[in-house]
Design a protein around this ligand. Structure first.
Ligand SMILES: CC(C)(COP(=O)(O)OP(=O)(O)OC[C@H]1O[C@@H](n2cnc3c(N)ncnc32)[C@H](O)[C@@H]1OP(=O)(O)O)[C@@H](O)C(=O)NCCC(=O)NCCS
Length: 148
């Protein structure tokens, strides 16, 4: 895992990181958190996709985070966030690059992300990094109520 400038390093996310990661996500507008981001669900996600979700940290302080996984066919990146104090230092790009490296090592040759249409800054970041907006696709979703 790379060591970036100013003592920032990247390592796999663990469940122990959850409180700090949640704080970072909560402080990042445009994130779209839900019940799927509970500690239990993130635990499941990390177990299903070992070593693919990452944090950037300076010592014990987490300054960046991203969820990454795949379904056997395609890769997915969710919830990329870098602390405002640490933006524009290459941390977001490095987190994404590491995710793509892990996906490639698992034989996955395409990755998708979901971005709120209103999140213009994030869209600009992704497009700047060579990601293509898919005008021919629309996301449809349905709630599946749990229980009998
Ligand atoms: C989007 C975000 C993760 C970028 O993180 P970052 O660490 O500041 O980005 P980096 O420094 O790695 O930038 C990488 C490249 O993208 C460019 N870039 C960064 N933010 C940009 C923006 N808003 N618009 C255009 N380009 C941008 C940088 O100039 C850099 O270019 P270079 O490689 O040519 O030098 C960060 O702004 C963030 O956490 N935003 C809030 C949360 C969010 O919306 N996340 C996305 C959810 S889909």
């Amino acid at each position: 895992m790379p060591r970036l400038k100013k003592n920032v390093s990247i390592r796999p996310m663990t469940l122990e990181d959850y409180p700090q990661v949640l704080d970072l996500w909560n402080a990042s507008p445009g994130m779209g958190l839900s019940a799927a981001d509970s500690r239990e669900r993130i635990d499941t996600y990390l177990q299903r996709n070992p070593r693919m979700s990452l944090v950037a940290h300076t010592g014990p302080a987490i300054v960046g985070a991203v969820l990454c996984g795949h379904d056997g066919r395609r890769g997915f990146i969710h919830h990329l966030a870098v602390a405002e104090s640490h933006r524009h230092r290459g941390i977001g790009k490095s987190l994404v690059d590491e995710c793509l490296k892990e996906l490639r090592a698992s034989g996955i040759d395409k990755c998708h992300i979901f971005v709120y249409a209103s999140n213009e800054e994030a869209l600009a970041f992704w497009k700047h990094s060579g990601w293509t907006q898919r005008h021919e696709l629309i996301i449809l979703s349905k709630d599946i109520p749990l229980g009998p």
